[in-house]
Write a protein that binds this ligand. Structure first.
Ligand code: HEC
Ligand code: HEC
Length: 288
């Protein structure tokens, strides 16, 4: 079909006809055409200046070499320099030296509290006193050791976590055939006894033998705890999981293996030092 002239409007038609209706071939308004060309121009300029097209081995970087990743990395580095400038001791001293400086707590405790809250309080509580399954960090009953280096190591590599250097601590499940039920019941009474709870004396005496044979290798004779392997003391009232008959039975039957994440790589060395000091300060503040 041929375009024809539409007399009244003086325009040509598109040449199509639908049931007698014809369409005028009016051009796209100028303003739309300009904006179309402008958008095309802007995108071409953007391709040239900024990263755009994906390729097989990478992407087209653009002449400015802009990268939002680099921008963030720079911003983070700036913040870190700023923070280090504010706490210069943490860049130069090791944790033992830091722990020997009595002036630091008053100066930095509030600032480090923010770091603690962001990373640790979900498990150990805002007041560091822990909760069921998560140990209290303010008492002096350590699973491992309470020296600055040992705490720093725990923070770096965690406990039962993914790093090759993580601390390994497993309370075996004695209910899987390692101990008969009556022996479990007896040793539970013994643990109640040594932790100062109400217990059945006769059963507890039988349990003492079971304990020496099965538990003392990790928890030490009398249940005072073995820090080399993170086996908690059973003679104090600081429980991770609980010291009632029911919970103790549960612990013995099914075992326990708490996970403390390692922070190396996620926090900087300085941040780990700060948190190590924060944990030490909380212990010194004497909340039993
Ligand atoms: C996902 C929960 C979780 C988070 C988050 C967490 N922890 Fe832990 N943490 C644990 C558990 C569970 C244990 C005990 C592991 C065990 O039972 O053997 C532990 C143990 C510890 C210990 C060893 C205590 C001892 O008696 O030797 C220290 C110190 C510690 N955490 C500090 C921290 C700090 C500081 C942070 C923040 C950077 C943190 N934790 C974050 C779960 C957590
Ligand atoms: C191979 C070493 C090992 C042996 C053997 C062992 N334990 Fe444990 N036990 C641990 C470790 C490590 C933990 C801490 C686990 C954790 O927190 O994830 C633990 C935790 C516990 C707890 C929990 C304490 C709390 O604070 O809630 C109790 C109770 C306990 N053991 C009792 C016993 C008794 C009783 C026996 C003997 C029948 C025994 N254990 C044998 C290593 C051992």
């Amino acid at each position: 079909m041929k375009p024809e002239l539409d007399e009244p409007s003086g325009q040509h038609t598109t040449g199509h006809e639908w049931d007698g209706l014809k369409e005028l071939n009016t051009p796209v308004p100028l303003v739309f055409r300009i904006s179309l060309w402008l958008t095309i121009a802007v995108s071409v300029i953007t391709w040239v200046l900024y990263p755009s097209w994906p390729g097989i081995t990478g992407y087209v970087k653009g002449v400015t070499g802009y990268s939002s990743r680099d921008r963030i990395a720079e911003a983070v580095a700036d913040r870190q320099i700023l923070r280090l400038e504010q706490m210069p001791e943490f860049a130069s001293l090791d944790v033992t030296e830091l722990a020997n400086d009595p002036t630091l707590e008053a100066k930095y405790s509030d600032a480090i509290a923010v770091l603690y809250r962001d990373n640790c309080s979900a498990c150990h509580g805002r007041d560091l006193k822990g909760q069921t399954n998560f140990p209290n960090l303010t008492d002096d009953h350590w699973l491992w050791s309470g020296t600055p280096e040992e705490i720093e190591y725990t923070l770096q590599y965690g406990i039962n976590h993914t790093s090759d250097d993580t601390r390994w601590a497993e309370m075996p499940a004695f209910g899987d055939g390692m101990l008969e039920r009556p022996d479990i019941a007896a040793v539970v009474e013994y643990v109640l006894k040594i932790s100062g709870s109400e217990h059945d004396t006769e059963l507890a005496n039988a349990g003492a033998v079971v304990f020496e044979e099965n538990c003392a290798s990790c928890h030490e004779a009398g249940g005072i705890g073995g820090m080399e392997i993170g086996a908690p003391s059973l003679v104090d009232d600081a429980w991770i999981y609980g010291g009632t008959r029911d919970v103790l039975t549960e612990t013995l039957k099914h075992g326990r293996q708490g996970v403390m994440p390692g922070w190396s790589g996620r926090l900087t060395e300085e941040e780990i030092k700060k948190l190590t000091l924060y944990v030490l300060w909380a212990g010194e503040d004497g909340q039993d």
